[in-house]
Design a protein around this ligand. Structure first.
Ligand code: FMN
Length: 186
């Protein structure tokens, strides 16, 4: 049956979204983690990822300074970290310490550590920063991907454990549960 729709004020009504933990550094002695609910892949070759960050965020200044960040994919046993890193500011909190997360030194970047507990970490160099009004959009070139052994098959293909991932729907977190079929797109 055709649903009748009502026109309302335009908004970014896009659901579900991935939720990621982005780690960054000031290039000296401070590092930080920010929760991002609107990450987006931008092309595959070369692989790029985009993250929108408001200018007032502490992480915004760090990423502008070092021009690097790491996108870490959290799992549903990291709900506290997802929420905490998206609620308090690194200006006056050490989120690695408070969330009991391990800093892992980058292999291609100079400064930004990744998060040991996340199964996937994508080291990114900033290629562009686009002014999007409310947010600046950081376009990151993925220079290396680190994937947990138990998320990898023999041929180095990533075996995503979908049931461990977290989706964000209108401010609520959901754990993905049931596969509904396979895409024929390649
Ligand atoms: C689920 C979730 C998604 C969020 N998504 C974004 C986002 O896409 N962009 C952004 O600038 N802030 C986002 N935030 C807010 C920041 O994570 C939050 O303001 C954080 O405390 C900023 O930390 P910082 O000051 O240490 O950088 C989100 C918060 C949550 C909880």
């Amino acid at each position: 049956m055709l649903e009748e729709k009502r026109a309302i004020k335009p908004g970014t009504l896009l659901f579900p979204n991935a939720v990621v933990l982005v780690s960054c550094s000031d290039g000296a002695d401070k590092d930080n983690i920010i929760t991002i609910g609107w990450p987006g892949g931008i092309g595959a070759s070369p692989p790029r990822i985009g993250i929108p960050i408001k200018r007032q965020r502490y992480s915004h200044g760090l990423i502008c300074k070092t021009r690097e960040f790491v996108v870490n994919i959290p799992t549903s046993d990291q709900m506290h970290a997802i929420n905490h890193c998206g609620t308090v500011s690194g200006r006056n909190h050490d989120k690695y310490l408070e969330c009991k997360l391990d800093r892992v030194a980058p292999t291609k970047l100079r400064f930004a550590p990744s998060i040991g507990q996340c199964p996937i970490s994508l080291e990114c160099r900033v290629e562009a920063i686009w002014d999007m009004g409310s947010h600046d959009y950081f376009v990151g070139r993925i220079v290396i991907a680190h994937v947990a052994e138990n998320w990898l098959g023999n041929d180095n293909r990533v075996q995503v454990r979908a049931e461990q991932l977290v989706a964000l729907v209108s401010g609520n977190y959901y754990r993905l549960s049931e596969e509904q079929g396979r895409s024929t797109y390649s």
